[in-house]
Design a protein. Structure first.
Length: 432
């Protein structure tokens, strides 16, 4: 088993520096592994405890019954170095280092990070300064992210690699709230060893992953990344990347976060264009676009019905779709008549597209009825709904045609040219 897959699918895990208090960061990994059903062996390591969460606790690494596949190291930077040496000495496959205080802090931290790599020897390292990784396919949570406190985690076909641990947790939480499921989520952070390219390469081979999402601060090995991206493309797995550090201030912030050397934005545009990577223009795209691609449905044409409960939102979506080259045909007479039976009063807004079902946000049944009318008539290739701040839905199971969330084109009107290209690529890559 390779170092990457030993991290993603370990059969045994040591938690070095584990706490008996699940409210503490050091107490979370053991609690999460137990909570979410990890089926392998768990070895807490802490000289001050004999038992944690019903598991025997070992005083030090040398006392473990055998070398674990993976160790999560929850110690400070100074103590981490020695723990890594000991883990490598007993033959541990890979280690996840949560400690900060490395290259992101300057020259002294960079020296400490080089020493960390030397201490690891042949053992693979994720981090340092990482929140860990999550394999939802196999219920393996090697992380201290607070997002894992949720009772239910939504698994699905999107694989995420993030150079920020906080972003990993945010996307896991947002995805769960919106029904977007992940296969794997990995925080690479400072990348002293394993990096973005290693995990893109692994996800290209992963049968549970159909789409790859990336949160990028920098690409440290462009040649390896290019090869991994091409491998994913050959496997039919689109990549969506959100690249930060586009401005001078953003680049400086990225460097202080993980020690990243950001490079020029034009270089990344060229690399993404060369490898067929879809560049997300807004953070929300990192959920919206992968979700659309993972649905594996392709629009049959360019006719879109937009249903809204507010005229302003409808105009925004119409502008985005128009820039992307879509058509918004008005409802035909039969559809207009069916819509008018749902709402009393002024019906003028029901005869146009976008179709404004006024105040439908206060009447969910009204909006659902309108969606069923539109998707049942066969006049459009997709429908988009907007109810206040949430995408509307309903009717897909009855018609088999995908309602398109207005959120999928959010931000297009702010950046018309990139937005137009993005929307066209999304509509062209989804397939039935």
């Amino acid at each position: 088993m390779s170092g990457v897959w030993q991290l993603l699918r370990p059969r045994s895990v040591a938690v070095v520096g584990a706490s008996a208090d699940p409210a503490k960061t050091a107490g979370r990994p053991v609690a999460y592994l137990r909570k979410h059903g990890f089926e392998g062996a768990i070895y807490p390591v802490n000289p001050k405890a004999t038992e944690i969460d019903g598991l025997r606790c070992y005083p030090d690494v040398r006392s473990l019954p055998h070398a674990p596949d993976v160790a999560i190291v929850l110690l400070g930077a100074e103590r981490t170095q020695q723990a890594i040496r000991e883990l490598a000495a007993i033959g541990t496959g890979a280690a996840i280092v949560l400690a900060s205080g490395y290259s992101e802090t300057g020259a002294e931290g960079a020296r400490r990070q080089r020493e960390l790599r030397e201490a690891a020897g042949a053992m693979r390292i994720l981090g340092p300064n990482t929140i860990g990784l999550v394999n939802l396919t196999d219920r393996i949570t090697l992380s201290a992210s607070g997002a894992l406190a949720a009772d239910q985690l939504v698994s699905g076909p999107v694989g995420l690699v993030s150079q920020s641990g906080g972003i990993l947790g945010a996307l896991l939480s947002r995805g769960g709230a919106r029904g977007v499921g992940f296969s794997k989520l990995i925080s690479t952070s400072n990348e002293v060893d394993l990096d973005l390219a290693d995990f893109v390469d692994a996800l290209a081979d992963d049968p549970a992953t159909r789409v790859i999402a990336l949160y990028v601060e920098s690409i440290r090995n462009p040649a390896a990344f290019r090869a991994a991206a091409r491998k994913a493309a050959k496997a039919g797995k689109p990549i969506v990347a959100f690249k930060i550090g586009r401005s001078e201030s953003g680049a400086q912030a990225a460097a202080s976060h993980t020690g990243a050397l950001a490079g020029t934005d034009a270089m990344y545009d060229a690399l993404f264009e060369e490898t067929g990577i879809i560049r997300a223009q807004a953070f929300s795209d990192l959920l919206d676009i992968p979700a659309a691609l993972a649905s594996e449905r392709r629009l049959g044409g360019r006719r879109i019905a937009v249903l809204t409960s507010t005229g302003g939102a409808g105009t925004l979506v119409a502008d985005c779709l128009g820039l992307a080259g879509f058509d918004l045909p008005a409802p035909d007479a039969r559809t207009g008549a069916a819509l008018r039976t749902l709402q009393t009063g002024d019906h003028a807004a029901l005869d146009r597209n976008p179709i404004d079902v006024t105040l439908a946000g206060l009447q969910p049944d009204l909006l659902r009825g309108a969606v069923r009318v539109l998707l049942g008539r066969g006049g459009e290739d997709a429908g988009g709904g907007r109810r206040g701040g949430r995408a509307g839905g309903g009717g897909e199971a009855r018609t088999g045609r995908p309602p398109a969330s207005a959120g999928a084109v959010r931000g297009v009107s702010d950046c018309p040219e990139p937005g137009r290209a993005r929307a066209r690529r999304v509509s062209g890559r989804t397939r039935r």
